[in-house]
Design a protein around this ligand. Structure first.
Ligand code: NAP
Length: 179
């Protein structure tokens, strides 16, 4: 049986994927697009709370040396536990919802593949960056089917000279919430 989040929770997925749905390979994103990292930072900082899987958290720690700044982190893991003022490990979807509610009810779902699949049925919005790169990968984002409308769209561009590939940006909103 699918568990549903309550109406008081507002989950927004933030993801970058190729046209074929690839989001990662061997624990990494197979592109470097600084303009999208800035967009990611702005969207998630405005929301203030990020939800991620333990593997994505490990990659962030490895890359930055610390959790994402100016945001509260909720990390899903069936094994790891612990809590600080700005980070909490939770053991399941329900625990993530409880923690998100405690932090005000809004959260950005930032991956990876397992966590996107878990939260997509409950998300109200998807911030999708499409990366125009032909690559195969071991982690994918599911295809958005019928119940979404494109509310915002920016055409493909290299927005920073250091962007390795063209990318476009779309915001999808759920047409009706499942209950
Ligand atoms: N392109 C993008 O926008 C983007 C964004 C983020 C990540 N990524 C990519 O995605 C890949 C990582 O994704 P992934 O799917 O392998 O891993 P993930 O979703 O980051 O983390 C998976 C882990 O989360 C925990 N977990 C999953 N479901 C759970 C549940 N229902 N309850 C409790 N814990 C749960 C488990 O941790 P334990 O093993 O500790 O139990 C599991 O091993 C990397 O390649 C990364 O670069 C891409």
């Amino acid at each position: 049986m699918t568990e549903y989040a309550d109406d008081d929770l507002e989950f927004s997925i933030v993801v970058a994927a190729t046209e074929g749905g690839v989001i990662g390979n061997h624990g990494r994103m197979p592109w470097r697009i600084p303009s999208d990292l800035r967009r990611f930072r702005d969207i998630t900082t405005e929301i203030g709370v990020v939800v991620m899987g333990r593997k994505t958290y490990a990659t962030i720690l490895q890359t930055l040396g610390h959790p994402l700044q100016d945001r509260k982190s909720i990390v899903l893991s069936r094994k790891a536990t612990g809590r600080t003022e700005t980070l909490a490990f939770v053991s399941d979807f329900k625990g993530a919802c409880q923690e998100a509610r405690r932090l005000g009810g809004r959260a950005a779902i930032i991956g990876g593949g397992e966590i996107y699949r878990l939260f997509l049925p409950h998300a109200l919005r998807v911030h999708m960056t499409t990366v125009y790169m032909d690559v195969s990968g071991d982690t994918t984002f599911p295809t958005l089917t019928g119940q979404w409308r494109c509310a915002e769209w920016e055409s493909a561009a290299r927005r920073d000279v250091r962007d390795e590939f063209l990318s476009s940006y779309q915001v999808y909103e759920r047409v009706s919430v499942q209950h």
